[in-house]
Design a protein around this ligand. Structure first.
Ligand SMILES: Cc1cc2nc3c(=O)[nH]c(=O)nc-3n(C[C@H](O)[C@H](O)[C@H](O)COP(=O)(O)O)c2cc1C
Length: 264
C-alpha cells in the first residue's frame, strides 16, 4: 500500500509554531484547577444524550449473538499487524455485530454506583463515552450496502446513506485503494462536548486515547475472526466529516479502521 503523498507527507513546524506543545501545556491537570460539583456533573451528563440519534433513518436491531473467535486472545495480540495486502470478503451479520459490540458495546449496568451511564467494553474517562461509531460496508451478508451509525445503547444500526459509497471513501483516504480492498470500514468519531464540559482541554486528549482503545479492540476482533485491519490516520479530515455529515467542530472523525482478509 505504498502511497507517495503519504510517505513524503511533512507536517513539521518551526519550534515557535508548534501548536501541539502549546496544547499539551494547556491540557495539563494542576492542583489549581477548578472542580465541578456533583449536581452540575449529573445535570450536564443527563442533558447530553448517550448516542447520536438517527431515528428518522431505517433501523436494524442487532442480535446479541457474537461470532466465536478462532484463535486465543494471546495469539490475536501476537499476530496483529497492519495488513498490507487485504482484499474484501463477505462477512456475516453476526460478525458485524461482533465488531460493533467489541468496539463500543455496553457490557454492564451503572445502577449500583455513581457513574452516569452504563459501562462499555472499553474504558472511558469519567464513564462519559464521547465517541460515536459509523461504518460503511459492501460485503455484509443480508444487509444493504451503505453508511450506517451504531447505537450501543440499543445495539442497533441506522442506515444513513444507501448504496455503495466506496468512491466517496476513496476521495477522503490518503490511500484510496484501501476503500476497494476492504469489506468494512469503521469510522471512530467524537462528540467532544460529552467529555469536555468536565475535562476541558484534557477531554480532547481523552477522546483520542479512547479512540485508540476502540481501534485496538477492532483489530483484535478481526484477528479473532480470521480477518485483518489497517488502522488509518491518513485521511482528509474535512472530507471525512462531510461524508459522515459531521460539522467537524462539535463532532469530528478521529480514526478509521479498514477490515478485510489478508492475502499474505
Ligand atoms: C495512529 C495511527 C495511524 C496510522 N495511519 C495509517 C495510515 O493512514 N495508513 C496505513 O497504511 N497505516 C497506518 N497506520 C499503521 C502503521 O503504519 C503501522 O501500525 C506501523 O507501521 C506498525 O506496523 P504494525 O501495525 O503492522 O505493527 C497507522 C497507525 C497508527 C497507530
Amino acid at each position: 500500500m505504498k502511497n507517495d503523498f503519504w510517505e513524503k507527507l511533512d507536517t513539521s513546524k518551526e519550534e515557535d509554531e508548534r501548536l501541539w506543545e502549546l496544547y499539551h501545556q494547556n491540557s495539563k491537570i494542576t492542583k489549581f484547577d477548578k472542580t465541578i460539583s456533583r449536581e452540575e456533573l449529573d445535570s450536564k451528563t443527563l442533558d447530553l444524550i448517550m448516542s447520536h440519534s438517527y431515528d428518522e433513518y431505517r433501523q436494524t436491531k442487532l442480535s446479541a449473538d457474537l461470532s466465536p473467535f478462532t484463535v486465543s486472545l494471546a495469539d490475536a495480540m501476537k499476530n496483529r499487524t497492519t495488513a498490507r495486502n487485504i482484499s474484501p470478503v463477505e462477512i456475516s451479520l453476526t460478525d458485524l455485530s461482533t465488531f460493533l459490540f467489541f468496539a463500543y458495546g455496553i457490557t454492564r449496568t451503572n445502577k449500583d454506583n455513581n457513574f452516569p451511564h452504563p459501562f462499555r467494553i472499553v474504558p472511558s474517562a469519567g464513564g462519559l463515552y464521547p465517541l460515536e461509531i459509523y461504518f460503511h460496508h459492501n460485503y455484509v451478508q443480508g444487509l444493504d450496502a451503505g453508511l450506517y451509525h451504531y447505537n450501543p445503547t440499543k445495539h442497533q444500526i441506522s442506515h444513513l446513506l444507501k448504496g455503495d459509497q466506496t468512491r466517496k471513501i476513496q476521495e477522503l483516504l490518503i490511500q484510496p485503494q484501501i476503500a476497494i480492498q476492504s469489506s468494512l470500514i469503521i469510522f471512530i468519531t467524537a462528540f467532544f462536548e460529552r467529555n469536555s464540559f468536565k475535562y476541558g482541554e484534557r477531554g480532547y486528549r481523552f477522546a483520542n486515547i479512547e479512540a485508540g482503545h476502540v481501534a485496538q479492540n477492532i483489530a483484535l476482533t478481526a484477528q479473532g475472526l480470521g480477518l485483518s485491519t489497517v488502522t488509518i490516520g491518513g485521511y482528509l479530515d474535512r472530507k471525512a466529516d462531510d461524508f459522515l455529515r459531521l460539522d467537524g467542530v462539535t463532532s469530528s472523525t478521529l480514526y478509521i479502521t479498514a477490515i478485510g482478509k489478508d492475502k499474505e
